[in-house]
Unconditional design. Structure first.
Length: 99
């Protein structure tokens, strides 16, 4: 799986990028035909603390799966996004096996 990470209007540190890649690779245990992943990291100004937004687009055969989450920390946003993608991958796999 090819992983591309884009930090919009800021520079993401190497630790965060490594964490994203490690956790994304774990999704392959649910569906091993993931072609590539694009991760968008954004900061949203809403009050004193900036919200961290993580959006992930996964390309799988015949479909593109998208999930997005917002919280006060990138790690929490990433976990929520990956949980949503895990559910989508399981549903997609069941749909593909039904054919």
């Amino acid at each position: 799986m090819k992983i591309q990470t884009q930090a919009i209007h800021f520079v993401a540190d190497a630790e965060l990028i490594e964490l994203i890649e490690t956790r994304l690779k774990k999704l392959q245990q649910f569906y091993n035909e993931i072609l590539d992943a694009t991760v968008f990291l954004r900061l949203e100004n809403s009050g004193k603390i900036k919200d961290k937004i993580v959006e992930v687009k996964l390309k799988v055969p015949r479909e593109q799966l998208i999930a997005k989450s917002k919280s006060k920390k990138f790690e929490k946003s990433l976990d929520d996004t990956l949980e949503a993608l895990r559910k989508q991958l399981i549903k997609h796999k069941e749909k593909m096996n039904a054919y």
